[in-house]
Design a protein around this ligand. Structure first.
Ligand SMILES: [Zn+2]
Ligand SMILES: [Zn+2]
Length: 227
């Protein structure tokens, strides 16, 4: 019997005949149905064209409209809403550093990434984060994904600094990344997909996109687990 990675409840074994005869590999659930239902999927929902957040009436949200007015258009897709259950998940996975929890979204995210057939570039974490946490939360979700470490963080403590700033200050944040020179050929004339955990203000992923675009990519878009 499996136990739910999030709440420790026993997961009822389901032998679904469709699954068994589908010739796909059977993926055992790692979280229970209650925990699954606590996350809000954005797949097949109407979302902002630029950042991927849930939207009812318009095509582009007010934040992204603001970005567009300042000459920054970008296209990001997100798989889930950043709701309280997702915040709790992120804090256990990232800040407590429970590496087992990568399994919760690994299959789904990796499938979407592989289906894109693009050059995959994850947002990197700082050397300090690797020392403390031991892993990059983004590549932790990758399964059979070929990716390239093209970006390198310039500043330390980026994440803490970001969350303490207001929107105006964030727009003016200096570029936190640089491109690894030897990796530049990977980008040239390619369609690139940048992958990150959460799209919050959009500053991080848009900075990365600007750099990659300037380095000669044909197109650059984003994919985040949540928005
Ligand atoms: Zn559960
Ligand atoms: Zn938006």
């Amino acid at each position: 019997m499996n136990k739910c990675l999030l709440c420790d409840q026993t997961i009822a074994a389901v032998a679904d005949l469709n699954m068994i005869f589908s010739f796909r590999s059977i993926v055992m659930p790692v979280i229970c149905s209650n925990c699954t239902q606590s996350f809000v999927s954005l797949t097949n929902q109407k979302t902002c064209l630029d950042c991927g957040r849930l939207l009812k009436q318009v095509d582009v949200c007010s934040d992204c409209h603001y970005w567009r007015q300042h000459g920054h258009q970008f296209s990001n897709k997100a798989l889930y809403e950043y709701n309280p259950a997702m915040k709790e998940y992120m804090s256990r996975y990232k800040f407590i550093g429970d590496y087992r929890l990568r399994q919760v979204f690994r299959n789904e995210l990796s499938q979407v990434i592989r289906a894109s057939r693009k050059v995959i570039i994850p947002i990197p974490v700082s050397v300090d984060t690797i020392k403390h946490r031991g892993f990059n939360q983004v590549t932790g979700w990758f399964k059979k994904v070929n990716y390239y470490d093209v970006l390198m963080p310039i500043k330390k403590k980026k994440i803490i600094a970001q969350s303490e700033k207001n929107r105006q200050q964030r727009l003016q944040t200096p570029q936190p990344f640089q491109i690894i020179a030897s990796a530049q050929s990977v980008i040239l004339n390619q369609d690139v997909l940048i992958v990150d955990d959460v799209y919050t203000t959009g500053t991080t992923i848009r900075h990365a996109a600007n750099l990659i675009q300037a380095a000669g990519a044909r197109s650059v878009s984003g994919l985040t687990l949540c928005r």
